[in-house]
Design a protein around this ligand. Sequence first.
Ligand code: NAD
Length: 295
Amino acid sequence: MKIGFIGLGIMGKPMVKNLLKAGHELVVLDHHQENIDIAVQAGAKAAATPKLVAAGSDIVITMLPNSPQVKSAVLDEDGVLAGAKAGLILIDMSSIAPLASQEIEKACAVKGVKMLDAPVSGGEPKAIDGSLSIMVGGDKAVFDQVKDDVLLKVGFSAVYCGAIGAGNTTKLANQVIVAANIAALAEALTLATKAGVDPQLVFEAIRGGLAGSTVMNAKAPMMIASDFKPGFKINLHIKDLQNAIDTGHDVGSPLPISAQVMEMFQTLRADGGGQDDHSALAKWYAKVSGTKIGK
Ligand code: NAD
């Protein structure tokens, strides 16, 4: 299949490589030439605008930071819709506001383009090994059409969640849970360190019990090593929590825990740490406790 792919960041690059491995032809675009070069070296072709990416593609995948970037890539004068033939399938795999997915889908429908919102969970390691968890909104028939040949070439699971926007609503739920987990982990490991117990031993002792989690397995070693290379950037988690809080306010579902973690992330961003991995919440606890976890 001919697939256009826009957004070759931490997630997009390995996803492109897995689609190439699956035998698809890829045409790619990013704002950074070095990302394009990496994809081209792996076997993709490059195009200069989203319009040109869409021309000749059966499917276009977007993997961009947030709603404004996806809107721009799809709806601008030289955007995907300007180059798309009727019947093209747009799969937006970015994590954006559910309302934005619905707006973009309406514009797609006018041009005969079908759209799914299909954000992912799993981070860079699972993007590399092609085992992302994918949550999908849109027309079920379109989902069935792309599930095996496209989604399951970058993911381990793809679950249909409902109408357009349902994928991103599911992703917001995911991000609320991840934020609270990372905060609890940083709080707990800071407590243990301050009380004189080695955080590595705490991790080893509790990871198999009820408190154990995917978040703990991925982020405790980073906190213990003070290695905050992203991974998933604080700036992106702020974006997700803002989208969650906005959506919560819209539907009347308060998010007090997310609001608290949001302000902790905002403190770190104000201190210049927006590009750090979200496990750098440990730095917030180091500041207020005077004790650093691990090294
Ligand atoms: P990133 O910042 O590493 O990459 C984004 C890429 O998009 C960059 O290379 C940038 O140059 C490019 N870009 C931005 N605007 C563009 C435009 N208009 N046209 C072309 N290229 C443009 O981000 P990422 O970590 O790859 O995340 C992408 C999406 O996936 C985000 O919505 C994020 O929330 C989500 N996500 C990330 C992770 C993770 O662990 N990194 C996990 C799950 C979901």
